[in-house]
Design a protein around this ligand. Structure first.
Ligand SMILES: Cc1ncc(COP(=O)(O)O)c(C=O)c1O
Length: 423
């Protein structure tokens, strides 16, 4: 049961350490354990190695601020950037900026596209961006802040972006084209190569939102024996956002935006000199935020070096095996099927049996303590795969079988409510 908040203001006298720990323990205990949890609906479960390395690093760097970096953090940031650039194939002349999350990374890409188009004198009317309907709402958020129209275009087969339909919506005021690898809604990869070519034809900024897949896809490709293409291998890709705090398994609060040319960085940098207005010192910052947690930087660095390429490959292998076990198991339950192929750590499934609506299955699963992230269009359940031993997935399938039987034979089970995603 979720505990109730008990403080209504600052305590009159400070708590003892054991009281703090006791309370924190109580609050944590109301959630499923992080590292031994079930397959999750929101974030992947952390491998033990990543958890212990990042915790140790974070406690050492707890109070450092990455805004005015002490030299040790400077090295950490430089090495982190080098690892990310290598991972994503950022060109020599490109640049990578650390951000606090995917929303900031996507915001900076939208801002870059708008400012570059303005600079080129290319926007005479109301600017717009053309994005697949499956793209993350962070693009709408950025558009609201920056005054750009959003054209969400229906997707095609397997919920992938439809380049032809997107091409039809491009006009002289379009400043940005977006693809997701993968989209969060269905877990499939948009056709990046075709969209990159389309962007080149129209001389548009093309952004790949790889917030979910950026860290995992290279390892998934390697374990599948495929040649390791990186997002920047396609000419026409201008920028890529990749979160470390999703399938990079780092602590929350860190993502990246990479651009194919370092001269584009000026569009998401801000500076003010002494003469203009601020009576202190010249100010310069790349990205949107000011202060940045040194603990998160150090925790992310420690996670990446603790896992290494082989660690990510092992995770990728476990995720692929988990997906296989899950898909095979699901196919043995009457009326159940995957909604889209598994490609990137996200699995979506549904029931086609009218006697066993997925909304009602979700309700029973949730009641029984299983993850059940209900989504619409079409109705389905979505969850993120984690590097967990096979028996977790086997038990999850059995839980779905039990829930399906209960719905088919149950007297009155309501459908789960479609609650807001985020708060
Ligand atoms: C595809 C995609 N892009 C961007 C984001 C936003 O990331 P964040 O929550 O780190 O701001 C998400 C979050 O789930 C996402 O799935």
């Amino acid at each position: 049961m979720t505990p109730e908040p008990s403080l209504t203001g600052m305590p009159a006298s400070g708590w003892r350490q054991y009281e703090i720990e006791q309370r924190l323990h109580e609050l944590l205990a109301s959630d499923p354990p992080l590292h031994t949890g079930w397959p999750d609906t929101l974030w992947p479960v952390l491998p033990d190695k990543a958890l212990s390395a990042s915790r140790a690093a974070m406690s050492q760097f707890a109070h450092l601020n990455g805004f005015v970096k002490p030299s040790g953090l400077d090295v950490i940031e430089a090495e982190l950037l080098a690892m990310v650039r290598d991972h994503l194939g950022v060109p020599e002349d490109g640049a990578t900026t650390l951000t606090v999350g995917g929303t900031e990374s996507n915001f900076l890409a939208v801002k870059g596209a708008l400012f570059k188009a303005r600079e080129n004198g290319g926007v005479t009317g109301q600017p717009n961006m053309v994005i697949p309907e499956t793209a993350h709402p962070s693009f709408d958020k950025a558009s609201e802040e920056l005054g750009i129209d959003v054209r969400r275009i229906p997707v095609g087969k397997e919920f992938r972006a439809d380049p032809e339909a997107m091409a039809n919506q491009i006009d002289e005021n379009t400043v940005l084209l977006v693809a997701s690898t993968p989209n969060y809604t269905h877990g499939t990869l948009d056709p990046v190569e075709d969209l990159a070519a389309l962007a080149q034809t129209h001389d548009l900024w093309f952004h790949i939102d790889a917030c979910v897949g950026g860290c995992l896809l290279p390892a998934l490709k390697r374990v599948a024996g495929e040649s390791s293409t990186t997002p920047f291998d396609y000419p026409g890709v201008t920028s890529v956002s990749a979160d470390l705090h999703k399938f990079g398994f780092t602590p929350t609060g860190i993502s990246t935006l990479s651009v194919n040319s370092s001269e584009l960085i000026r569009h998401h940098s801000f500076s003010i000199d002494v003469a203009s207005s601020w009576p202190f010192r010249p100010y310069r910052r790349t990205g949107f935020t000011g202060s940045r947690s040194g603990a998160v930087l150090a925790g992310a660095w420690a996670t990446l070096v603790a896992l290494g390429q082989d660690g990510y490959e092992q995770i990728a292998q476990e995720i692929v095996s988990g997906a296989d076990i899950f898909a095979k198991g699901l196919s043995t339950i009457d009326g159940f099927e995957l909604v889209a192929p598994h490609e990137s750590g996200i699995i979506v499934f549904t029931s086609t049996d009218p006697q066993c609506q997925i909304e009602r299955v979700a309700n029973v699963l949730e009641r029984n303590g299983w993850p059940a992230m209900l989504a619409v269009s079409p109705p389905r359940l979505q969850f993120l795969l984690s590097p967990l031993p096979p028996h977790y997935y086997e038990q999850f399938v059995e839980a779905i079988r039990v829930a399906a039987n209960e719905v088919r034979t149950g007297v009155a089970i309501d459908g789960a409510e479609l609650t807001t995603y985020g708060a």
